[in-house]
Design a protein around this ligand. Structure first.
Ligand code: IDC
Length: 357
């Protein structure tokens, strides 16, 4: 519930009615100290949703709501939409909002992997799932990220023509939606340089902006979206760079203090960073979870106000899947249905103490 604001007419807040038990120096015989007028509590950035914060924008290094107040998005990513479409459904999205406390969901559309958009995928079905996913996210009061999931194609330039056509069509259809963000290249890797990413962004961002001039765009960085230092040294300039965030991805068991330091340095340099994908296992998506590293990442991201999205909504037999293999539910998950990463994430998003090693 929202705290009563100044001037609320219901009288003193309950905690002001009596000295708190055990408060230092409080004696039952004394009157409680007169309440000092409270400054209005700034809204919790992580509590922002489309209905409260509206269309997002980037100011300085911060993602902000329509009124300019900082917001922090925290949520989950789908696995490949072609392989696990069942987890894009209204009941699960409502549960992620209401039970998990997420305020964002990412829709991962692979490009080059089998069944992906540029690899024989069913474009009719995938395109519908992206649009339905954004609409169902809006119904659940979640932001939604449309993710062009570059991976084995390495450089986004390989499928730049398809990307321009895809984002042009999708942004035309979704321009009226306040809850959508566009992630234009998941993870440039291999020989892809920051200059390659820039050349790609110079084609794709204008295609989106032609339909939705203020849309928030997330741009991947080289080396599987770990080189926010390269983006910080040469961010997109001018109009192209407005309302843009740069992606940093990590897998906690693999990526430790050096990458955390790189994140902190980039933000200190004024770069708006978005952790649009992370896991708490190793970079293969498997292996053991590393709770200590995961908690250090969360502490840093929360301190910096950086948004984060966890990989992945599936029951695949891998550590980064949030649901246990064999669990065939598509909503209505209990802790017993969740993997170690799933139980950890739900606790973090709910503001509860996460499981420790
Ligand atoms: C992994 C999936 C796995 C799938 C593989 C290839 O978890 O089931 O077989 O992709 O499609 C990333 C990528 C993300 C990876 C993930 C784990 O963005 O697609 O998912 N990862 O390897 N970057 C670092 C790790």
């Amino acid at each position: 519930p929202a705290p009563a604001g100044p001037g609320a007419s219901e009288g003193p807040a309950p905690e002001a009615a009596a000295p708190s038990p055990g408060a230092e120096g409080a004696s039952p015989s004394e009157d409680p100290a007169p309440a000092t007028p409270e400054a209005p509590t700034p809204p919790d950035p992580a509590a922002a949703t489309p209905s409260t914060a509206g269309a997002l924008q980037v100011r300085g290094a911060r993602l902000c709501g329509a009124d300019g107040a900082p917001v922090q998005l925290r949520g989950v990513s789908t696995h490949g939409l072609a392989w696990f479409p069942q987890y894009v459904n209204p009941a699960l999205f409502a549960e992620l909002r209401d039970d998990w406390g997420a305020n964002v969901v990412r829709l991962a559309l692979y490009t080059a992997e089998y069944g992906g958009w540029c690899a024989g995928g069913d474009r009719e079905a995938l395109g519908r799932l992206v649009r339905d996913g954004v609409a169902w996210a809006a119904d659940a009061d979640l932001y939604a990220i449309v993710d062009w999931h570059v991976l084995s194609d390495q450089t986004p330039l390989v499928h730049a023509d398809e990307a321009v056509a895809f984002f042009s069509a999708v942004s035309a259809d979704l321009a009226g939606r306040d809850n959508v963000l566009y992630e234009i290249c998941n993870e440039p890797n291999g020989s892809a340089t920051w200059d390659d990413v820039r050349a790609y962004a110079e084609r794709v961002i204008p295609a989106i902006r032609a339909n939705d001039p203020d849309a928030v765009v997330i741009v991947g960085t080289p080396e599987w979206s770990q080189r926010v230092d390269e983006a910080a040294a040469a961010p997109l300039a001018g109009e192209l760079g407005g309302n843009v965030l740069y992606a940093l991805h990590f897998y906690a068991a693999t990526h430790q203090q050096p990458l955390r330091d790189r994140l902190a340095a980039a933000v200190a340099d004024g770069l708006p960073v978005f952790v649009s994908e992370f896991g708490i296992c190793d970079a293969s998506g498997g292996g053991a979870v590393d709770y200590a590293s995961a908690d250090a990442w969360v502490a840093l991201m929360d301190e910096l106000g950086v948004s984060y999205v966890c990989w992945n909504l599936s029951n695949k037999d891998e550590s980064s899947a949030l649901f246990l293999p064999g669990c065939e539910k598509e909503s209505g998950f209990t802790d017993a249905d969740l993997s170690a990463e799933g139980r950890w994430l739900r606790a973090v998003l709910r503001g509860e103490a996460p499981p420790a090693a």
